[in-house]
Design a protein around this ligand. Structure first.
Ligand SMILES: *Cc1c(COP(=O)(O)O)cnc(C)c1O
Length: 389
């Protein structure tokens, strides 16, 4: 039934827990960690990921990602680490995109060697880079598009086809796009992972993760998950369900703001470069349009050389310089100090994360106010630099 419903309706209604007792309009919360045995063999227990709230929200994630099954985790990293460990064992090898969320990169570099799992970071995000990195013991190919923080676009269909032709497993981090803008399973990807802390939660007050894939793959992930124990509390599951009802509205507004601000920044004399897949100047503009319904609420930019990115961010009044992204409020950060701070300077230089790069997560505010804030912060930054000199 879910397939026939419109996207907005899926967000509001799929995966609700019916309130049979009082006929309330929203899902009741079931906080029990203990459930009486019934005739049916369901041993409900939060770490089995099968409480009423967990099971219901899993259906919403699955419907949004056009998958057979969904699962909710306590964080994006719980979803990612559990999924990877479900399919990789000692002696296996994974090919992974080099432009990647910092936490995922750390997990691979720090934990894989302890399990005897090998990995190769690609040279770039072209399908040829992935093909070149595949070796005899490769089991998984892992991509992220649009990527954090440079918004590179990987050809999902081409990579999926390559991975399928070799009989391997493809995994994508779809956090930056959200299921509203991009459905990788439609392009042949096997498993989709999300940090639900970002767009799915959307209000900077929930930490959660999600996975969507076939029933068969989900069974393997579920077995690993029950062993590792990265389940989300049912109260937060309920919060996430509440947030996801407005997912379409938020993401559409964020897409619109990102496009407007990308154009504004690109035309501004104090801005050296803007990275946004919705700009014609983006090298993968056409590819992005072919695999995304909306081009996202994230962009990155660099100020002209003499303007200090940190001073500029301190001078912002409405836009906050913070960790994390995808909330209804607009935020910025310097990836070299934060999300990608644990990479070496050399590694950052290689993938293009300069000290002047600013990542911009668009909220749902009025675009005129965002533009005004950036203009005043640039003006003050220039004044400060002049007085210093
Ligand atoms: C934040 C993020 C993660 C990690 O999610 P947490 O919820 O912080 O554990 C993974 N991938 C991307 C792209 C992210 O932005």
């Amino acid at each position: 039934m879910a397939k026939k419903l419109g996207l907005d309706t899926v967000c509001v209604h799929v995966g609700e827990v019916k309130d049979e007792q009082f006929k309330g309009a929203v899902s009741p919360i079931f906080m029990s960690t203990s459930y009486q045995f019934t005739d049916v063999e369901v041993r409900r227990y939060p770490r089995n990921y099968n409480t009423p709230n967990q099971e219901s929200l899993s259906k919403k994630i699955a419907a949004l990602e056009h998958a057979e099954a969904g699962m909710i985790f306590s964080s994006g990293m719980a979803a990612i680490s559990t999924t990877l460990l479900a399919f990789l064992k000692s002696g296996d090898h994974m090919v992974v995109q080099n432009t990647l969320y910092g936490g995922t990169s750390n997990f691979i570099r720090e934990e894989f060697p302890k399990y005897g799992i090998e990995f190769t970071f690609t040279n770039g995000y072209d399908v040829k880079d992935f093909e070149a990195a595949i070796q005899e013991n490769t089991k998984v190919v892992y991509i992220e598009t649009p990527s954090n923080p440079l918004l590179t676009i990987t050809d999902i269909k081409a990579v999926s086809a390559l991975v399928k032709s070799k009989g391997l497993l493809s995994i994508i981090d779809n956090t930056f796009a959200s299921p509203i803008n991009q459905n990788p399973i439609d392009f042949g990807i096997d498993i989709v992972v999300h940090s639900a802390t970002k767009y799915l939660g959307g209000h900077s007050d929930i930490m959660a993760g999600a996975v969507a894939c076939s029933d068969e793959h989900m069974h393997a992930i579920w077995k690993k998950a029950a062993n590792l124990g990265g389940n989300l509390s049912d109260f937060t599951v309920w919060m996430l369900e509440r947030s996801m009802k407005t997912l379409v509205l938020r993401v559409k507004a964020q897409n619109k703001n990102a496009k407007a601000l990308a154009k504004f920044l690109e035309a501004h004399p104090d801005v050296k470069k803007v990275y946004y897949p919705g700009l014609k100047s983006h090298p993968e503009y056409k590819l992005a349009k072919s695999q995304m319904r909306g081009l996202g609420g994230m962009l990155s930019f660099e100020l002209n050389n003499d303007l200090d990115a940190l001073i500029f961010q301190k001078e912002l009044k409405l836009i906050k310089a913070t960790m994390s992204l995808a909330g209804v409020e607009s935020t910025m950060l310097s990836p070299y100090m934060t999300s990608h701070g644990s990479l070496s300077q050399e590694e950052r230089d290689r993938i293009g994360i300069t000290n002047g790069l600013i990542r911009f997560s668009l909220g749902i505010e009025s675009k005129a106010d965002l533009i005004r804030d950036i203009k005043q912060a640039l003006k003050t930054t220039k004044k400060l630099i002049k007085t210093e000199a």
